[in-house]
Design a protein around this ligand. Structure first.
Ligand SMILES: [Cu+2]
Length: 101
């Protein structure tokens, strides 16, 4: 009986493995960072971030633009955040951002 169960389990595991989708819009990796500077009027926020896999970028401190509709005035220097970012017209644009901890 355990043979049948093992086969079933591994078939199920394989099915799960092969149905994991590739990274697509709306499924961007979440990146941890710390806010360094906020310029609410301009929509620009400086974040010291960890590596960003989808942009092939190592950790660093840099300025990001933010998607329209994101109110960055809720953030201040020293806030720990989790965010997603993608490249649009050659610029790094934050798509989602929220405080962590
Ligand atoms: Cu960077």
């Amino acid at each position: 009986m355990s043979f049948t169960k093992n086969i079933t389990t591994s078939l199920f595991a394989s099915a799960l493995f092969f149905t994991v989708p590739v990274i697509a819009d709306g499924d961007l990796p979440h990146v941890a960072g710390e806010v360094k500077r906020v310029k609410p009027g301009s929509g620009k926020i400086t974040i010291k971030h960890e590596a960003i896999p989808n942009l092939d970028m190592p950790g660093m401190s840099m300025v990001f633009r933010t998607e329209d509709g994101i109110d960055i005035s809720q953030f201040k220097k020293g806030d720990k955040v989790m965010f997603t970012v993608e490249e649009k017209d050659g610029k790094m644009v934050i798509v989602t951002i929220e405080k962590s901890e």
